[in-house]
Design a protein. Structure first.
Length: 160
């Protein structure tokens, strides 16, 4: 039986970390994003597909909008997906994420906790050719959540 996941929000990255070629060019990255997860349907017998949108602040991007799909397997309590972070000027950083989901109760309105890792998989503008990754965590309750990203990326304009 599927658990309702209206409370599940975003996410983070591939379980296999990517080590950038030029670690000296890496700069710290941090983002705090208010999310609005929406269940869009099933993605398998024990899986729910979500669309995660939101906005917040991120180092090197400033005011940031996030958008992307996520899949949550309610039996294995795992989450995967991708997200595009877009800066006010249109530059983007695309990340892939993978992690775990902790359901705090049986009700869809009960808070959901999530954590995992993320990796940069693409970028445009100042982030074209960027690399990097880190960890993510956060929570959601009902249609609102908070996503925290921490890690490092290749310096903006220094795509490797």
């Amino acid at each position: 039986m599927l658990r309702p996941l209206a409370a599940v929000t975003f996410v983070g990255a591939l379980a296999i970390p990517v080590v950038p070629a030029y670690a000296a060019d890496m700069v710290p990255f941090h983002a705090v994003i208010n999310t609005a997860p929406a269940v869009v349907g099933p993605c398998g017998p024990t899986c729910l597909a979500l669309e995660i949108t939101g906005s917040g602040q991120a180092t090197h991007l400033g005011r940031t909008h996030i958008d992307g799909p996520s899949q949550v397997d309610v039996v294995s309590a795992t989450q995967t997906g991708t997200s595009t972070l877009m800066a006010a000027k249109g530059d983007t950083l695309v990340i892939a994420f993978s992690g775990t989901v902790t359901f705090t109760g049986p009700d869809p309105a009960d808070p959901v906790l999530f954590a995992g890792t993320w990796n940069v998989i693409d970028g445009t503008g100042r982030f074209a050719g960027s690399s990097g990754g880190g960890s993510y965590g956060g929570n959601a309750a009902g249609p609102a959540g908070t996503l925290l990203l921490d890690g490092s990326i290749s310096g903006p304009g220094n795509g490797n």
